[in-house]
Design a protein around this ligand. Structure first.
Ligand code: TRP
Length: 327
């Protein structure tokens, strides 16, 4: 029987090419060796203000994005976190093994506190505990995640160790598997691509959208006119070339930029065509899938049922070790 691991994304809106290259793409490559559980983590998404009317659509959207990117429901389990109550049940148990001091030192929490106006909710504080429960409920040995999630994985290993030492060995200490893909810079050229900064090329952007966004993106600020030579290493478009273009094109653009042999418009055209090669098929597949939302719903219901079977076995073991044997 294949081993499981859990990874998830929040249904908090549109996915961008950074999400795809940094996470989703590598997940699909692990489906032969493992039986992965890909969760749409809606209980994590409610730690920030949101519109309940939008949530069902966001969940369907996230599922369509997974499926379009190549998550195969015959090989992987696609589920919705709030459909499997064992996630919050185990999170409570882990809460009782966690100190407030430890949680307050997690860098993602500190950052969220800075970004959140007003009061900081318990859900935000407890976010890493629920994430540890997601991962350990399926006894994951590996977790493919983005680099920003490493502190959460460190915390997950600590919880596993503490639980095992107190109640007996149940949980592995999972290792993070980081994507090999380069960090995708945002269109501003200053930050990582991020929805909250609105500097993204989204997976459902049209060809025209992509053209417009790249067309108005900044290049080397020193290259004011077509005939000025430029420095590709300070040009954000060149960072996209390095991800999307062929070695020959990368060389052609770098040299052409330095010698003013090619202009930014021409250079951008090449990148737009390559981004479209990645985004185009995903967009088409996604639209096709969303035309039949019931099929996606069926996949999520079946996946959540299957996940619950695995989760309930772990919970039974946990409760028995903890002396919670009346239920
Ligand atoms: N915190 C993750 C993120 O924002 C999402 C997530 C929740 C997750 N639970 C998880 C990722 C478990 C991996 C495993 O990207």
């Amino acid at each position: 029987m294949k081993r499981h691991f859990f990874s998830g994304i929040q249904p908090s809106g549109r996915l961008h090419i950074g999400n795809y290259l940094g996470a989703i793409k590598q997940w699909t490559g692990l489906q032969d060796e493992y039986e992965p559980i890909f969760g749409i983590v809606d209980y994590h998404a409610i730690t920030a203000p949101y519109d309940p009317n939008e949530m069902p659509t966001r969940i369907l959207d996230a599922a369509a994005a997974y499926l379009a990117a190549g998550v195969d429901p015959d090989k992987s389990i696609l589920m919705v976190q709030s459909s499997v109550s064992e996630h919050t049940e185990l999170a409570w148990i882990f809460n009782c093994q966690t100190s407030m001091g430890r949680l307050s030192r997690i860098p993602t929490f500190k950052e969220k506190v800075r970004q959140t106006p007003g009061e900081v909710g318990m859900g935000l504080f407890d976010y890493p505990v629920l994430m540890a429960a997601d991962i350990l409920l399926y006894k994951s040995h590996i977790v493919p995640v983005g680099e920003d999630q490493v502190p959460h994985l460190e915390f997950t290993r600590e919880i596993a160790r503490k639980f095992n030492a107190t109640f007996g060995e149940i949980f592995p200490e999972p290792a993070e598997v980081l994507g090999t893909g380069a960090k995708v810079m945002g269109l501003d050229g200053e930050n990582k691509m991020s929805k909250s900064l609105d500097n993204c090329i989204y997976l459902d952007d049209s060809f025209e959208d992509i053209g417009k966004k790249i067309g108005s993106a900044k290049t080397d600020p020193a290259r004011k006119r077509r005939d000025d030579p430029g420095d590709p290493d300070v040009c954000n478009i060149y960072s996209y070339h390095k991800i999307f273009s062929t070695p020959e094109e990368i060389e052609h653009c770098a040299q052409g930029c330095r010698s003013a042999g090619i202009g930014c418009v021409e250079c951008k055209k090449i990148v737009v065509a390559h981004i479209e090669e990645t985004v185009g098929p995903l967009r088409e597949k996604r639209t096709e899938l969303l035309a039949n939302p019931d099929t996606i719903r069926d996949i999520l219901v079946a996946g959540s049922d299957r996940a619950q079977k695995i989760a309930s076995e772990t919970m039974a073991e946990v409760k028995s070790r903890m002396g919670l044997t009346f239920g």
